[in-house]
Design a binder for this molecule. Sequence first.
Ligand SMILES: [Zn+2]
Length: 221
Amino acid sequence: MSVFRTRAVACPHCAAIEERSVALSINAARRRDVRAAIIEDRFQRFVCATCARDYSVEGPFFFFDPDARLWIGVYPPRWETSWRALEAELQQAFRSSMIEFAPEIVRADAGEYVVRAVFGLGALRDKLVCFDAALDDRALEVLKLDLMRSAELPFDAATRPRLTAANGALTFDAGVGELRVERPLYDRARAAAAATADAWRGAYVDAGRVLIPGGDPRPVR
Ligand SMILES: [Zn+2]
């Protein structure tokens, strides 16, 4: 079931408060329209009535796709400094709902699920595009770190590349512009991801694991 609620939201530009309908939880198998809006970068975009600038509301919400076997916690980007606590909480929630207190029919499928913690709608889109193209997101994050190190891009979490399309070549939004990467570079990153598998264990599979300490306490909403 998908759940939306009206919430008081502050415009990030001028701080004016407005009532907006925002997602608490999305079942993407039933709401293909919402899934498409996320991929097309038009989900939860609003224009402020006071300053006329646009902004997105980037969570928190829960994104569930039982067809694609995805269980994703979506958090506001400013919460990313608490990724360690949020990743642990999300994994515990998954274990409770899908294993410990789940009926046998649900539990039987639990092992097929990908559990991810993401920060912001760009990071969610990145995961959906990645899994749609049957790519390994750990390899993709290794590739991003390679791209950032190769001096083409700043080594900075704020301008991490985000995957926007994968049709043969991979297209990233790299903060400073669009970046196209040929498939063999991804294939090379797969070997590196396999060799460093321990570093990518957990629900937060993002170059931020390396770039952001993440030890802040869990934010209060
Ligand atoms: Zn405003």
